[in-house]
Design a protein around this ligand. Structure first.
Ligand code: DGL
Length: 275
């Protein structure tokens, strides 16, 4: 059986990767997906590289056991901490990861001042340093980790005063520095774009990297001869290492439709079994 009809594995620390799944569904409706949210360990942002590498390896093994033909690390934090590690451990598996969209921001900013919102582990990683070195010349970058924002979005709290206050703490000083672009360097953050745009105003461009990441997935599928040509609409299976009901409750708000989630347990930091 050709592996092109096999699913694409997508994972994040929680529901953040659903922002990438949305873009993939819009661009590649024939592809099936297995989505894994590691809510048993979220947030990843404050964790060590080694821990994130172990979690990412365990999740990758699980997704490969489900016949995933390509793995999308739909998590900036896991991409920063583990993408190179995963490519070394699974050298025959195609991977697509995230990187903060400094390149398009630097190409379009008029004021030369760009805000970047991401987690501590993303900012500390070599990947972000490399992105800044390759694409950040000539622009001034203002960074903020938005403490607590991932937790708010994991609760489905996308517009409360608490969520607004976290974003205002990050964005108000950036606006005072005259930024005209905000880069979303965490896959959770596209779910609060309406609130971000309300705070920064319509003149400031907010960049969600998900559509570009989805285009990269398509390019890699093409290059690998793995595009699903069946002509049938793909389906999506969801797994969580956390609370099934809590994740299912978020789907209408985040995906605009319902979905069933299967539960898994971590046996240790590296092995996952179905509950
Ligand atoms: N959504 C993830 C990211 O893009 C991780 C957030 C977290 O778990 O701290 O970084």
């Amino acid at each position: 059986m050709s592996s092109s009809i096999f699913p694409i594995g997508v994972f994040d620390s929680g529901v953040g990767g659903l922002s990438v799944l949305r873009a993939m569904r819009a661009q590649m409706p024939n592809e099936s997906v297995i989505y894994f949210g590691d809510q048993g360990h979220v947030p990843y942002g404050p964790r060590s590289m080694e821990q994130i590498q172990r979690f990412s390896e365990g999740i990758t093994r699980f997704l490969l056991e489900q016949n995933s033909k390509l793995i999308v690390v739909a998590c900036n934090t896991a991409s920063a901490a583990a993408l190179k590690y995963l490519r070394g451990r699974f050298s025959d598996v195609p991977f697509v990861g995230m990187e903060p969209a400094v390149k398009p921001a630097a190409e379009t900013t008029k004021t030369g001042r760009v805000g970047v919102l991401a987690t501590p582990a993303t900012f500390q990683g070599a990947l972000y340093a490399s992105v800044v070195e390759r694409f950040g010349a000539g622009v001034e970058l203002f960074q903020h980790t938005c403490p607590g924002l991932v937790g708010q979005i994991e609760k489905g709290d996308l517009e409360s005063n608490t969520t607004r206050a976290i974003l205002e703490d990050a964005l108000t000083p950036m606006l005072e520095k005259n930024i005209d672009t905000v880069v979303l360097g965490c896959t959770h953050y596209p779910f609060v774009i309406p609130l971000i745009q309300n705070i920064v105003g319509e003149a400031v461009r907010v960049i969600d990297p998900a559509p570009a990441v989805s285009r990269q997935v398509r390019r890699l599928l093409d290059a690998s001869g793995l595009v699903n040509e069946s002509g049938k609409t793909g389906n999506t299976e969801f797994f969580t290492s956390g609370d099934v009901a809590a994740m299912e409750m978020l789907f209408p708000k985040l995906l605009g439709e319902g979905g069933k989630v299967q539960a898994v347990n971590w046996v240790n930091d590296l092995e996952i079994i179905l509950r």
